[in-house]
Design a protein around this ligand. Structure first.
Ligand SMILES: NC(=O)c1ccc[n+]([C@@H]2O[C@H](COP(=O)([O-])OP(=O)(O)OC[C@H]3O[C@@H](n4cnc5c(N)ncnc54)[C@H](OP(=O)(O)O)[C@@H]3O)[C@@H](O)[C@H]2O)c1
Length: 258
């Protein structure tokens, strides 16, 4: 995710100066586009005073990654964390002088189509917010939240959400094969359908309810399928149950991280 952000920023702002810190610089470089102008180091250079630090390690790496950051000038500036479950209060214990922004991006950022929700604590300035918008806006859209607790709900919607869509594609492909299509063809049809439907949703003003109604002729094939979604445990019930589980898990993780 850190490499995707760096690559996205360089596309929008080729003059941006980026230092990446990773215990395995070779591996980190391999995640970046070939020739990307990123200075990859195995430790935080003492002299660097970045406009913005992005904390992009796994939650379990925080106890190792935070002390060198806290000991450097970089740890006294603007820090945007993408670490799932790491609450600002927990980060603050390690970074007492930082201005902290907590964010939840999602994996479509890897192809420039991400969506990132952000929450800023009180010390974060308007200029800090613009810097975060410039960075996360380089790989998708940004949305500021009025309360940190909303990050858990965002995680359930857009953080984990791409996996729900991938699961739908897998299920549609399997069901298509069960109806007699060659499996590769069912897979191609399911992917292209979700990609096409996503493109329709991306048209400004597109309304999913209207789009659905437009393909649902009374007593037609789509109507027959959608009726199944609306009977017994409905699609809404299933998704609500799944997203409540993601929400609960996000809250639990927040109680254990850092
Ligand atoms: N993937 C998502 O959809 C998503 C969405 C929202 C938020 N996030 C959050 O983003 C964070 C990163 O996720 P990811 O999927 O990008 O994980 P990842 O691919 O494992 O990336 C983490 C990077 O941190 C490096 N690292 C480990 N210890 C470090 C240290 N002490 N100092 C500096 N760098 C260190 C790792 O290097 P080595 O591999 O060389 O150890 C690796 O390059 C996670 O906290 C996750 O919760 C992910």
């Amino acid at each position: 995710m850190g490499a995707a952000l760096a690559a996205g920023l360089l596309v929008r702002k080729p003059a941006a100066r980026i230092v990446a810190v990773d215990p395995d610089p070779g591996r980190a470089r391999a995640l970046l586009p070939r020739g990307a102008a990123v200075d990859v180091r195995d430790r935080l250079p003492e002299a660097v005073r970045p406009a913005l630090v992005v904390l992009a390690v796994k939650p379990q790496a925080l106890p190792v990654a935070l002390p060198p950051l806290a000991a450097s000038a970089a740890g006294r500036g603007l820090v945007a964390s993408i670490v799932a479950g790491a609450r600002v209060e927990a980060l603050r214990r390690h970074l007492p002088e930082a201005r902290i922004v907590r964010t939840m991006p999602n994996t479509p950022a890897l192809v420039g189509a991400g969506v990132t929700a952000l929450w800023a604590e009180a010390s974060v300035t308007a200029e800090d917010r613009q810097r975060c918008d410039a960075l996360f806006g380089a790989v998708g859209t940004t949305h500021w939240l009025p309360a940190e607790a909303m990050i858990d709900a965002v995680t359930a919607v857009s953080g984990s959400g791409p996996a729900y869509v991938f699961a739908v594609v897998e299920a549609m492909a399997r069901a298509g094969a069960a109806l007699g299509l060659p499996a590769p063809l069912a897979d191609v049809l399911a992917r292209a359908t979700v990609a096409g439907a996503s493109a329709m949703l991306a048209v400004p003003g597109a309304d999913p309810a209207q789009l659905k109604a437009a393909v649902r002729s009374p007593a037609g094939t789509t109507d027959a399928a959608l009726r199944v979604f609306e009977e017994g445990e409905t699609l809404q019930d299933l998704l609500s149950r799944a997203m409540e589980a993601a929400h609960r898990r996000s809250i639990e993780l927040g109680e254990t991280v850092a």
